[in-house]
Structures are given as C-alpha cells and as structure tokens.
Write a protein that binds this ligand. Structure first.
Ligand SMILES: *[C@@H]1O[C@H](CO)[C@@H](O)[C@H](O)[C@H]1NC(C)=O
Length: 341
C-alpha cells in the first residue's frame, strides 16, 4: 500500500529542485529539513493571511470586536428620547457579546413609530461590533420591498434567504442580520428563518449561536404612543415610563393586529425573541436635539436657534395636543440641507 502523497511535500520537492545548487542534497534530505520547510511554508501562508487580513476584512477579532464604551457613548450622544430602548440595547448586546458560549443567537425585535431611531440603533450596534460598521460584509440588511418584492416568488425567496443565512454564518459565525419593515415581510419568510433563531447546538453542522438577528417594525407603535400620551396627560415624566408599562401594550397589539400578528405570534410563542424593544414617539425637544446632532455631524456650527426653527416646522400629533413628531427625526437631515442652501 503506497500512501498518497500530500500536496505540501510535493511542493517542497519542487521548491528544492528549482533552487539550483541544492540538487545534490535531494537524496539525503532529512525529515527534519522537510518538517522545517513545511513549517516555514505554513508560516509563510499564515503571514500571508495575516497580511491579507490586515488590509481586507476578515472574520477575525481585528475586524470584529465589541466596543461597549463606544456603544454606550453613541446611545447617549446620538439617540434621543429613548431611555428604555437605550438601556435594553446596551444590556442585551453587552451580555451577548461577553458570553463566549451563547446558547442561542441574539434576537432583538425593535418596535415603534417611524423615525424614532430603530434603524439608527441597528447601525450603532453594527458600528460598535464590526470595524466596517454597516458596510461590513458580515452585516446583512433585508427589506421586503427590495429583496422580496413579489408575492408569487415567495417559495424562491424562502430558499434563497435560508441559503444566504446559512452561507454567511458558515463564512463567519459572528454575522448580523437586520430585517427592516417586518410588517411588510411575508409570514412564510419569517417561518423559514425560525430554525436559525432556536437553541440548536447546530443545524447541518453550522452553529448560529453567535449570530445576531434584529427585526424592525412599526407594530405596536400606536399603543406605545398611546401609553406615552396617557403618561403625558397624567402630567407624569416621560422618563418614568418603564418597560413593563409598554410590554403588554406591545404584545397585545401585536397579537390583535392581523397584518403583523402572524410573524410575531409565532416568534413569541416559541420565545425566540430575546428582547422586545419599544421606541417612544419623539417630542419637540428631541427633534431639536436631532437637529443639533445633525449639524454637528455635518461639521456645521450647531446653532440652537436653527434647531428650534427646524423643530417648529415639522408636524406633530395628536391634532389637539400636538406633542409627538409625525415622522420622528426622519426628515431633519433634509430639512437642514434646505436650511443651509
Ligand atoms: C450572504 O448574504 C448576501 C445577502 O446579504 C447574499 O447575497 C450572499 O450570497 C450570501 N453569501 C453566502 C455565502 O451565502
């Protein structure tokens, strides 16, 4: 029985042959030299890879490491009016990233009115885990309209999405998947990714336990707003609102709402979502804060008078009280552009 030659020794022989003067040394080449050369070659390959990963994003700690201080600073400096969401996000992400052996992937479901910071928070999480932030090849964003537009092709989408998740997690266990506009997502699609959110050790040899899944939706936004409004009417401080005041509000609407109920119900039933994160509707002062932050981000002199002007030009609801911004902070950037041109 002749053992199959592995490609590495073969390569070594070729190297020795081609290096001229050593030809006569081929016969007595000792195992120790071969081992030494193999080690050198391995070392070369490793340093080549190190070099490669120095310039090019790799699934390695140089490119993926959690910066808790950074996340906290971002949440404090750039997210306004979301004391509950801010707390849950920092705690849950810190807990998950600090655990070397999580039992399941981290699954967050972000709820609230449009423009209240759900997308923004996903971006902050990405920025403080991946060196490349949202541009990282390990961060994936899915939108119903963009990625799964045709109802008739739902079966294809399901298979494709499963393949994407599997392929990407195989490439890098610490992958992050953000599903925007969950309300428009076909329930079948959500069903198809449910297995990946579970407690399984592995599925077909792939472990999903280090991945992060974030769902964004407006579901529950109305009841969150109602709760915030009741608080306001009772003359209570917004910061007194606690998660438990909103938790039932979220799950009740979610269960009762035919459009978004389906996916939620099945995720809640199986306890696959680790945290439901409510985003409160934004008030005038928060909009003004957004404007200030936006001016700073654009390297403009942050002028409170301009912020006030911008905040006073947008629409608020309900009609009589006019407390909450209809579009949150969503149009602030473009309003400012208009202001400065
Ligand atoms: C990873 O996900 C993207 C979509 O974000 C997809 O285009 C790509 O094919 C996936 N990669 C693998 C290896 O499946």
């Amino acid at each position: 029985m002749t053992p199959r030659r592995s490609p590495v020794p073969l390569l070594l022989w070729l190297l020795v042959f081609s290096s001229g003067g050593v030809t006569e040394a081929i016969e007595p080449i000792s195992t120790s030299i071969a081992v030494g050369m193999a080690a050198a070659l391995t070392g070369f390959l490793a340093s080549y890879q190190n070099m490669f990963c120095y310039f090019h994003e790799c699934c390695r700690p140089e490119w993926i490491y959690f910066n808790r201080t950074g996340l906290q600073a971002d949440l404090e400096a750039k997210l306004f009016g979301q004391h509950i969401a801010s707390r849950i996000i920092l705690k849950s992400v810190t807990g998950f990233m600090g655990n070397d052996n999580p039992k399941k992937p981290l699954v967050l479901s972000l709820h609230g009115w449009t423009g209240t910071g759900k997308n923004f928070v996903s971006q902050m999480i990405a920025d403080n885990i991946y060196k490349e932030g949202m541009k990282s090849s390990f961060v994936h964003m899915f939108t119903a309209e963009l990625h799964f537009p045709h109802l008739s092709q739902i079966e294809t989408y399901k298979a494709q999405l499963q393949q994407w998740i599997k392929g990407n997690v195989t490439n890098c266990a610490q992958s992050m998947f953000v599903f925007d506009e969950m309300d428009n997502m076909h329930p079948g699609l959500i069903d198809s990714i449910k297995p990946y959110l579970e407690y399984y050790e592995s599925l077909d040899g792939v472990s999903y336990r280090k991945a992060i899944f974030i769902f964004l939706s407006n579901a529950g936004g109305e009841s969150i707003t109602q709760t915030a409004l009741d608080f306001w009417k009772a003359g209570r401080d917004r910061e007194e609102l606690e998660l438990r005041d909103l938790e039932t509000a979220i799950s009740l609407t979610v269960f009762n709402n035919k459009n978004s109920g389906l996916w939620h119900t099945s995720l809640i039933d199986k306890n696959l979502v680790d945290f439901f994160v409510p985003f409160l509707p934004l008030e005038y002062r928060h909009v003004a804060q957004c404007a200030m932050a936006e001016m700073k981000a654009k390297n403009l002199l942050a002028d409170p008078a301009v912020a006030d002007q911008v905040a006073s030009e947008i629409n608020y609801f309900p009609k009589t009280e006019r407390i909450f911004s209809v579009k949150g902070c969503k149009t602030i950037a473009s309003k400012l552009d208009y202001f400065y041109t």
